[in-house]
Each structure stands twice: as C-alpha cells, then as structure tokens.
Design a protein around this ligand. Structure first.
Ligand SMILES: [Zn+2]
Ligand SMILES: [Zn+2]
Length: 333
C-alpha cells in the first residue's frame, strides 16, 4: 500500500519533467532574446523597442495559454451520469450480462446519450461507475472519465479535453508565433555573426541556438497544429480520428460534424472577438454535442423529450438548425 502510494508519488513528480524542460527552454529563450540580442547586440533604438514590444506580446500570450492548458482541470461527467445507489445495487446483483446491459439501457433512456460501444452496448465505465456521455473517455493517467477527451498530453501534463481544448489549440498557435517571430528577427544577426560583421562573444552562441531551437520547435509544432486544425474543421477528437464514434446506425466519423462554421463555434464559441483569447468560450457543457443527423425528438432512447428539448433549442443557434426535425441530412454509411 505504502509502496504503491510512493510509486504514484514518484510518477506524479516525473510527469512534470516535460513541463519543466519546456519552461526552461522558454526562460532561456527569453534571456537570450531580450538580453543577449536586444539589449547587448542591437544598436538601433527603434529596432530594439519594436522587437522587444512584439516579443513580449508573443511571450505573454504563449505563457498565458500554456498556463491555462496545464492548470485547467479536465472536466468529469456530472452526477446525473453516475449510477444511483439503487441502480448500482441492481446492476451488481444481476449476474446475467444481458440483463446488466438492459439495466444500463433503461438508465440511459433518461440521459442524452447517443453513442454506443463497438458492440452496440451502452458505454459504461467500470472504474468510475458511470454511463459515459458522448465523446467522454476514461483516462488511465488521470484515473477519471474526461468529457470530450482528446488525448493525455505529457507536454502540458494534463488531459486535453472539453475544458481546455481551446487553450491547447491557442497554446500551439502562440508557440508557433513565438518561434516564427524569434527565427525571423534573429536570422539577420545570425548571418552577421557568421560573416564576422559582429564581434565574437557569448551573444553569437545564444543567437545561433535561438535560431536553431526556434526552427526545430516551429517545424514540429506546425505538423501538430495542422493536424488539430483539420480535427477542429471536422469536429473530431484525436481519439475519434483513430476510432470513429459508434451511433445507433453504426460508426460514423462525421457524426458530430455540423459544418465548418458550426464546428469552429463548438470549440471557440459564438463571439469571434474572443476566439484568440485564452478564456473559456466553448459551447455547451461537454455532456451533449449537436449531431449532424440525429435530433433528440427523433431518438427513441430519449423518453424525457421535454427536459432535453430545452437543450435542443439552445443548441439550435450554434448548429444551424440541425435539431429541427424538418432538416434532413443523409448519413454517409
Ligand atoms: Zn472512468
Ligand atoms: Zn489524462
């Protein structure tokens, strides 16, 4: 017991290593750019002020989004999705798997759950003892079910999901901008040092490494950011890109794809002014997501139509009337 607790404690400490590495590189880049390049090397005052100003804007946005991606806790399903004491007792007492499945189906009738396990059964988490909402997955690192889980990211030592996906995307964007700005402004000084126009000194090595590190990070971030832009455009999580969500009609990769504008709004919100600001503006509560072709009122699983009808109405704005039963969109099979 004490050993496993000790191991878990060590694991928790070690999991911060990637964050410490990134933070150290960023702190060094701050010193190298601000002191070695701008203050010790640049002679033109206008250039100095301009570089420092833009650099600090990129730096602050990078730090803000990185902080939010790391320290926004992943959101877990609400109590409604947990089995009540009596349901739990009924479920555990039942020995026939078929009947257990039926018990879950009965409970899920009261919930806005549209996706299924590959076998067609209601998705149930044994460890958290709850019915998984659509797009929710259990993270074995965080040891909890995470709403709209995307992936567990070691570089932010956090689960990327409904609560912080926007912050994660902005973190990728601002890190890229930070790298691009450094690389593009440092390049000419790198050349000047190279041809001997500027004197040899510690600044030469800082400038050389700044360019090298900024380009290296930029290239790797570009691929990751490009991939996530594609995911956002298609309204898929990383997990869903690998394994399509299963609906009553079967798996459908585009099940949550409600069109580019709607998909962007799902993550960034309906106020465009706040899209690039690291404040939480994603639509919904992470338990229910508008779908391309299924409306609650058409879904036989939802007995309590009135209760969820309200939510249907509120989602309608963001989903271009997809909840309207008169809107028919064919499902690709
Ligand atoms: Zn779980
Ligand atoms: Zn996790």
């Amino acid at each position: 017991m004490a050993l496993s607790r000790g191991l878990r404690c060590c694991q928790r400490i070690f999991s911060w290593i990637p964050v410490v590495i990134i933070s150290s590189v960023v702190l060094w880049s701050y010193y190298a750019y601000v002191f070695e390049l701008c203050l010790f090397t640049l002679s033109n005052n206008l250039e100095k002020v301009l570089y420092l100003l833009v650099f600090h804007v990129c730096f602050v946005m990078f730090c803000w989004t990185y902080w939010k991606a790391i320290f926004t806790p992943p959101s877990s399903p609400s109590k409604k999705f947990q089995l009540s004491y009596t349901d739990k007792e009924r479920y555990e007492m039942e020995e026939r798997p078929e009947m257990q499945k039926q018990i879950l189906v009965d409970i899920a009738k009261k919930l806005p759950v549209f996706t299924r396990a590959a076998s067609g059964a209601i998705r149930f988490c044994d460890r958290c003892q709850l019915i998984k909402p659509d797009r929710c997955h259990h993270c074995s690192v965080c040891e909890t079910c995470v709403l709209k889980m995307d992936h567990h990211c070691p570089w932010v030592n956090n689960c990327v999901g409904f609560s912080n996906y926007k912050f994660f995307l902005l973190f990728l964007l601002y890190s890229m901008l930070y790298c691009v700005f450094i690389a593009s402004t440092v390049f000419q000084y790198f050349l000047k040092f190279w041809v001997g126009e500027l004197p040899n000194g510690p600044a030469k090595f800082h400038v050389l490494f700044l360019l090298f590190v900024a380009l290296m990070f930029f290239v790797s971030l570009m691929f990751l950011f490009g991939y996530h832009c594609w995911l956002v455009a298609k309204n898929r999580s990383t997990l869903e890109a690998f394994s399509a969500p299963v609906f009553q009609n079967g798996p459908d990769r585009n099940g949550f794809n409600i069109g580019l504008h709607g998909n962007l709004q799902q993550v960034f919100g309906d106020n465009k002014k706040l899209w690039f600001v690291p404040l939480f503006t994603s639509l919904g509560d992470g338990h229910y997501f508008p779908m391309r072709s299924v409306c609650e009122s058409q879904n036989p699983l939802l007995a309590d139509e009135e209760k969820w009808g309200e939510e249907c109405g509120s989602d309608e704005e963001g989903s271009d009337g997809l909840c309207d039963p008169s809107v028919t969109i064919e499902i690709e099979s």
